[in-house]
Design a protein around this ligand. Structure first.
Ligand SMILES: [Cu+2]
Length: 124
């Protein structure tokens, strides 16, 4: 009975989204805003790169690094979650010469789910 099989598959599909989607929207941490902003051109080097997330992130599983245009890591290696604000991930950078920089982040939300991404900004 092929039609019954199809019905069952469709039902499983909806059941999956009905269960999974609310969990996704409540659990995962996604960037809310950052400094420098995504794609921004800034005049003068920032001293710190910061990303604020839309929920708390786990300090020991969350990382942030900054690379120059050649892919060389340029941050000071002190990336961490801000103790007073567990939605803020930050790392210090030395004075950056003009160029394009990539920020690479990976965080684990309180529900144990990992999200990761990267973005660039330009120092002119
Ligand atoms: Cu999640």
């Amino acid at each position: 009975m092929p039609s019954l099989k199809v019905k069952k598959t469709v039902w499983s599909f909806f059941l999956f989204f009905w269960i999974a989607l609310p969990g996704v929207s409540h659990g995962h941490a996604f960037p809310d805003h950052s400094d420098p902003r995504v794609g921004a051109t800034v005049s003068g080097s920032p001293s710190t790169v910061r990303i604020w997330f839309d929920g708390d992130i786990e300090p020991i599983f969350s990382t942030i690094s900054v690379q120059d245009a050649s892919g060389k890591r340029v941050d000071k290696g002190n990336g961490h979650v801000d103790p007073p604000d567990s939605t803020l991930l930050e790392v210090s950078v030395p004075p950056l010469p003009p160029g394009t920089y990539r920020v690479i982040w990976s965080v684990v939300a309180r529900d144990g789910h990992r999200t990761m991404g990267d973005y660039t900004f330009v120092v002119k």
